[in-house]
Design a protein around this ligand. Structure first.
Ligand SMILES: NC(=O)c1ccc[n+]([C@@H]2O[C@H](COP(=O)([O-])OP(=O)(O)OC[C@H]3O[C@@H](n4cnc5c(N)ncnc54)[C@H](OP(=O)(O)O)[C@@H]3O)[C@@H](O)[C@H]2O)c1
Length: 281
């Protein structure tokens, strides 16, 4: 596969992580360009990654094989409508915006399409998560029917630069991805908050309770990722009958822990679908 030329529209946090990840993978600075409406943002990203930057989105995408749409979801429609006249068939559109469907992107980027002149927007929609900023993210990816196998590889290479990239075969599953991993870091932060507070109530200094909690979370995640058995088996292995862990797990279960997690993720998936509906108008 030849190195694709990649243009980022919007040079904020997520674009910076992706560009940093690509550069760390050895992608040449000359293969990457970015546009942003903010002069300060453009100067920052140009200084950090030695890439060409543009005030004009249309100029930035000239000659690009891959166009990464990295503006906030609310800014997406206007930006796409302005860009539509400049996008060529054969350019892959990669959207990392939460909740903007392929149908909306196609409508905005190829407004003239009809049965006689079908739109040819090859689109990959991605749902990354915040740890991508540390290249420890995980993303769900969905490709529409116009995406070639080479373009799938290009999108996968892009998202793999900031963590694990997993393909989905149905676009609507991105709502579930949003509920599990998109919003997921906040659930673990909530658990960390609660365990730190409970540790403090048990008499530990707050800083000690926080460090014990954080490193337990990190260690448990690393163990689970490295293990060839699933989390429930790992839990069984560290839960001795009538021991301390069992006393805590029984308390979680008596409080309806699994059902509460299911309800929380359902609420997130539902909200994701609702936002997609509103933003995609
Ligand atoms: N950050 C995350 O962890 C995360 C996780 C998952 C998905 N995402 C998705 O990633 C996308 C980007 O998020 P972010 O956190 O990187 O946002 P961000 O830091 O606000 O970056 C977006 C940049 O795009 C600029 N911009 C807005 N409209 C523009 C336009 N029409 N033309 C050119 N530049 C424009 C913004 O300028 P202004 O500041 O002037 O508006 C800003 O500099 C979002 O759609 C978000 O849903 C982010």
């Amino acid at each position: 596969m030849t190195t694709p030329r990649i243009a980022f529209i919007g040079a904020g946090n997520m674009a910076a992580s992706l560009i940093g990840g690509l550069r760390a993978q050895g992608v040449a600075a000359s293969a990457i360009r970015a546009s942003d409406r903010g002069a300060e943002q453009r100067a920052k990203i140009a200084a950090e990654y030695a890439i060409d930057t543009f005030a004009s989105n249309a100029e930035a995408i000239q000659g690009a094989d891959v166009i990464v749409l990295a503006v906030k979801p609310q800014a997406m429609k206007d930006m796409c409508l302005d860009l539509a006249a400049h996008v060529h068939a054969g350019q892959l559109i990669v959207s990392i915006a939460a909740g903007i469907s392929c149908a909306s992107l196609e409508r905005w980027l190829a407004p003239q399409s009809s049965a006689a002149r079908p739109n040819v927007c090859a689109i990959v929609r991605c749902m990354p998560n915040t740890p991508a900023l540390l290249r420890q993210g995980v993303s769900g990816l969905y490709a529409n029917a116009h995406v070639s196998s080479e373009q799938r590889q290009q999108a996968e290479q892009l998202l793999s630069a900031v963590g694990l990239a997993l393909w989905l075969d149905q676009e609507q599953l991105l709502d579930a991805v949003t509920a599990v991993s998109g919003s997921g870091p906040a659930y673990f932060f909530l658990m960390i908050e609660a365990m730190t507070a409970a540790g403090e109530k048990l008499g530990l200094p707050r800083a000690t309770a926080a460090q014990l909690t954080l490193h337990t979370a990190l260690g448990a995640a690393r163990m689970a990722v490295a293990s060839d058995v699933d989390a429930s088996e790992l839990r069984r292995r560290v839960t001795s009958p009538a021991g301390t862990t069992e006393a805590a797990i029984n308390t979680f279960q008596a409080g309806g822990f699994a059902a509460l997690v299911e309800q929380a993720l359902n609420a997130a998936a539902h909200r994701s679908a609702e936002l997609a509906e509103q933003l995609g108008q």
